[in-house]
Unconditional design. Structure first.
Length: 283
């Protein structure tokens, strides 16, 4: 039986509304707008960190519960494509988002953490332990989850400017993670992506894995175990912070475009994000 013209029109409008709610405008993606390219991959949280002089910033997705607040000393700066980002002073400045289920890898067993980071010094004045800073992460005492770390050029572990990411058990201690250790230039932007996947177990990675990408290229993959201890994602109550993790160390440099995904972002899409920022004429 054929449907009436009014019913066909209703169905057409419904389908159109659904499409517009889930697909970004083709022209926005085609012109390389970085935010549009990222949102095409459906992050569960996304902060541009473009309001350095403001008191707060809402996530572009996920609702008001993911609104973050700024504190301490910070200034506005620009990313390679000209978009704004936030430079932290390395002593007091940070951005904080309260604990939320979408920020924990325990929620789905998988989490991808993405950001653009720019160290403005290679020897951090407010480092911790052997000489590293936690420039982004979620974790406090007995509420540990994950962290993005960078070592100073001179440190007691002989890891000059190593950039890494770790998953921890809630009690802390040793974490399972991946890293790259390359020459780093103060003032140079780096596209950083950390993948935590506790679901993708295999003969090679029996407990799942972490992966780390620099500038769109996979650099390291490691099993979720360390010294015989299996690291399992847990849902802690600590906030997500940028510029520091738990005030134990402070990042002197800039961060922008922080995105969190409840899935593993594919290598193809990671490369697309990097190119959307750095290709000539892209914004």
């Amino acid at each position: 039986m054929s449907s009436s013209p009014s019913r066909r029109r209703f169905l057409a409008l419904t389908l159109a509304a659904a499409a517009s709610a889930t697909v970004l405008p083709a022209e926005a993606v085609a012109c390389g707008n970085y935010d549009a390219v990222v949102r095409q991959d459906r992050p569960v949280a996304y902060w541009r960190l473009d309001r350095a002089t403001s008191g707060s910033e809402a996530s572009l997705v996920g609702g008001s519960a993911l609104t973050g607040t700024y504190a301490g000393s910070r200034t506005a700066t620009t990313l390679p494509n000209g978009d704004r980002a936030t430079a932290f002073d390395g002593a007091t400045g940070y951005f904080q988002v309260a604990d939320h289920a979408v920020l924990s890898p325990a929620t789905t067993g998988v989490l991808t953490l993405e950001a653009w980071m720019r160290p403005d010094t290679l020897q951090f004045p407010h480092a911790q332990s052997s000489g590293y800073v936690h420039w982004m992460g979620k974790g406090e005492t007995n509420q540990h989850e994950y962290v993005a770390r960078m070592y100073s050029q001179v440190n007691t572990e002989n890891r000059p400017n190593r950039i890494s990411g770790y998953l921890f058990n809630s009690t802390g201690g040793l974490g399972a993670g991946s890293y790259f250790q390359d020459p780093v230039v103060a003032g140079g932007w780096i596209h950083y992506v950390l993948v935590i996947n506790a679901n993708a177990k295999s003969t090679t990675y029996p407990n799942g894995y972490t992966k780390i990408y620099r500038d769109g290229v996979l650099r390291d993959t490691d099993d979720l175990s360390i010294s015989g201890q299996i690291i399992v994602p847990s849902d802690g109550s600590a906030p997500l912070r940028v510029g520091t993790r738990d005030f134990g160390s402070w990042f002197q440099g800039a961060v922008g475009k922080v995105a969190v995904y409840d899935k593993e972002l594919s290598p193809t899409r990671i490369t697309a994000h990097q190119q959307a920022m750095t290709s000539p004429g892209r914004r």
